[in-house]
Write a protein that binds this ligand. Structure first.
Ligand code: PMP
Length: 407
């Protein structure tokens, strides 16, 4: 394995080689979605060119190939997140669907009137609303764990909220709005002590080589393939086998059944029990290609490079007049969320785009934490390992131009 070199890895991402609005693209919206290496694009083309077929039918050679690729992909995901068993990995469309699956299926069986579900104040809407939907059905409550001014979960407040009526604690591993890395193992230990289960929203953590579901001691972990350099429309939910086995199916249809009759239907074993209908075969195979691409790179070098990007951005931010960083948690990764005094975030986003620089502006689907911090939005630059220090400079030069123009 060669030592990490950013110019070499950039060459693997064709989309990065273009001009946008007359400038070389600077893609700093990796929190929203990551770009795809050529290996992923090739895997999709190969699948549709050579192997496309339906899975699990055992009918013919192409079907066998599709099934093989699809199940190998499940093994690749299991290994990537250190799941004890591949049958604990359920294919979903992404993080949102994984959380909805657990909320609907586990919640239907386990939540009762008066029960409590805790989520943090800084959750993405997709880790709030599914719990609200099931809680409303069951007469349970969804409560927000407070977040400090620097964007950290208030652990003392969390501890004081725990009692035996808390049945589920669902928190993000990394905040998409602020970049805070949450102490999920500590959260899991405290939650388990009162008999609650723990679900982790891994959407923002998955691309940073920090997902080890056994070390985290969680019960469920959801992530999206498109945030791991894979295709859109595919993701995975990991859950402990004994929990998944006891949960009722969510969607009904083909693949998820054992025997169907009007006298009564029996269900397939996990993971298939939760995979009704024809799955997203091609994109699962594409995701496996993303994982094998990542496995071919120098991981320690990538992590060091991402840290260098963040450190450099932080240094430039401190020297930039009128910039206020939002979320300054001790433990942070690859997200710089900020406001510029007197300028609306959306205007900054537009002026950066004119210079070929892609960032996200607004509330980042985390409206409660933005309101809590007294903001109507921020500018978010989110980095990945293929970004360069020169691109951080382009961002700050772009911001200086935007400020000149707007103030
Ligand atoms: N949680 C977090 C923290 C996220 O950043 C996102 C995506 N922005 C999601 C959940 C939802 O992911 P998806 O839209 O891929 O389901």
């Amino acid at each position: 394995r060669k030592p990490f070199d950013v110019d070499t890895v950039r060459a693997d991402f064709p989309i990065l080689q273009q001009q946008v609005n007359g400038h070389p693209l600077v893609y700093l919206d990796n929190g929203a979605t990551t770009q795809k290496p050529q290996a992923v694009i090739d895997a999709l083309v190969h699948y549709y060119t050579c192997d496309n077929s339906n899975v699990h039918r055992g009918a013919h050679t192409l079907s066998d190939r599709a099934t093989e690729g699809f199940e190998q992909a499940r093994l690749a995901v299991a290994a990537f997140i250190n799941a004890p068993e591949a049958r604990e990995v359920i294919w979903t469309r992404g993080t949102t669907e994984g959380i909805n699956l657990v909320a609907a299926s586990w919640g239907r069986q386990h939540l009762q009137a008066g029960d409590r579900v805790l989520v943090s104040m800084m959750e993405h809407h997709s880790n709030i609303v599914p719990w609200q939907l099931i809680a409303a059905d069951k007469g349970a409550q969804v409560e927000a764990i407070p977040v400090t001014a620097s964007g950290e979960i208030d652990m003392l407040a969390f501890e004081s909220m725990l009692d035996e009526r808390v049945k589920m604690v669902s928190v993000g591993h990394v905040s998409n709005a602020l970049g805070s890395i949450n102490p999920v193992r500590e959260i899991a230990r405290l939650a388990h002590a009162v008999g609650a289960l723990v679900m982790i929203d891994g959407a923002q953590a998955i691309s940073h080589w920090m997902t080890d579901v056994q070390a985290l001691e969680c019960d469920f972990y959801a992530f999206s393939g498109h945030k791991l350099f894979g295709p859109t429309g595919i993701g995975a939910l990991w859950g402990r086998a004994e929990l998944l086995e006891a949960m009722p199916p969510w969607h009904g249809g083909g693949e998820m059944i054992e025997d169907v009759s009007f006298a009564g239907t029996t269900f397939n074993k996990i993971p298939f029990k939760f995979e009704a209908g024809t799955p997203n075969i091609a994109d699962a195979i594409g995701l496996a290609a993303a994982i094998s691409y990542l496995n071919s790179l120098d991981k320690a070098g990538m992590i060091a490079h991402e840290q260098a990007l963040m450190q450099y951005a932080q240094q430039r931010a401190e020297a930039f007049e009128g910039m206020r960083l939002v979320g300054t948690a001790q433990n942070r990764i690859c997200v710089m969320s900020f406001v510029l005094e007197g300028i609306h975030a959306a205007d900054i986003g537009m002026l950066l785009d004119q210079q070929g620089i892609a960032v996200r502006t607004g509330n980042h689907c985390a409206q409660p934490v933005m309101e809590h911090l007294g903001l109507d939005g921020t500018v978010r630059a989110s980095f990945s390992f293929y970004n360069t220090l020169a691109e951080v400079d382009r961002l700050f030069d772009g911001l200086a131009k935007a400020r000149e123009f707007l103030l």
